[in-house]
Write a protein that binds this ligand. Sequence first.
Ligand SMILES: C[S@@+](CC[C@H](N)C(=O)[O-])C[C@H]1O[C@@H](n2cnc3c(N)ncnc32)[C@H](O)[C@@H]1O
Length: 234
Amino acid sequence: MTDINIRHLEPELLDGLPADDPGAIASRRDLVRINALMFQARIMASLLRTNVLTAPLRILELGAGDGKFMLRVARLMARRWPDVEIVMVDRIDLIGKDVCNSFAEFGWRAQPVTADIFDWTGDRPFDLVCANLILHHFDDTRLLELFSRIMTMAPMLVATEPLRAKGPLAATRLLRLIGACAVTLNDATQSVRSGFRGTELSQLWQLSGGMPVMEARKGLFTQGFVGAIMPGTK
Ligand SMILES: C[S@@+](CC[C@H](N)C(=O)[O-])C[C@H]1O[C@@H](n2cnc3c(N)ncnc32)[C@H](O)[C@@H]1O
């Protein structure tokens, strides 16, 4: 048994599976339902509405998966932010034409990029970086590196990550009731153990040279974080 007070990282099964493995396909399907159960898109949209006061024209999403999470966020934001180019980076090519076309229905231009977020830097700056259920994959040293990279690309990061707490840990055991596959059952528990609480992300953001804006538990299962670059930094 690991101590919930301490972040504990172990590689998630999904990360080691080829994209076309049946377990990976089933787990990514589960992820769409888990995002819905956690209200991740609604929480992200709420953080965006509260903290991003000028409509962004270019958004970067890190670890975008199949793009369906950001599509849901875009649906919630499109009236307020009608003209957005969304660049979605994931090391696996998972975003289909249908998802890109759905973004286009409300005027957002989706650009999927297959790359490692530790290697890739866009050719132009972004107004905002979003991250959902990706930061918890990395240990603190890697997060410091990632945060420094983000700060060279955009003035703000908004993230929704697993809350590391006993309640969410217990809830992962209930996922079998919705028919979650073995990969998901394993990875959901790992995700909570490697998730965040308190001001952990803020401290790392600050150590990377940034200015934390907010960090708090959101809903039952989510740690929300907003970080900005220091005023006066380009
Ligand atoms: C738990 S999934 C979340 C996907 C998506 N954000 C969502 O909510 O549906 C984590 C994603 O991060 C991607 N990922 C993990 N490490 C990565 C890296 N170093 N560079 C790019 N993508 C990465 C994985 O391929 C996976 O799609």
